[in-house]
Design a protein around this ligand. Sequence first.
Ligand code: HEC
Length: 134
Amino acid sequence: MNKSVQSARKILLLIGTLAGLSIGPAAMAQDQTVGDGVFTADQVSAGQAVYDAQCKNCHNMRFYRDTLRSWNNQPLLYLWENIMGTMPADNPGSLMYEEYTDVIAYILHENGFPAGEATLDPDNGMDKIKILAP
Ligand code: HEC
């Protein structure tokens, strides 16, 4: 085999490897977003009750839309932790973990993101879900 055939093969191999990486299952697993059905419809309806009772007085949905925009590309877990640590502003941390999770599902759903099969769970993969601007 001559040298130029050899290097052409190397280049083809490299292109193949790069193409494989960008569409491979590993890359997709890391790129999960709030648009991928990461909460259930049950969480949305439970979250609405929490929202109406605990959050509605101080913020409207436009506020959450702006919040999601400013958190674009951040892990969803960070927003969960932030809300849990600071909200409701008059009684931070007063809700159950599950209620904070449900209220986030509701807020995401109200901003156009779909419910799906997966249950949103702060102990299970929420650090790998990226927030998108609605
Ligand atoms: C007593 C009023 C009050 C209540 C009730 C309340 N908040 Fe807030 N919230 C605030 C204030 C004040 C801020 C900070 C100032 C601002 O950005 O408007 C804030 C900020 C936030 C932010 C922005 C965080 C950031 O860093 O971008 C989010 C998200 C949020 N609240 C969610 C919630 C949720 C969810 C609930 C219900 C569980 C809730 N809030 C209940 C007053 C309240």
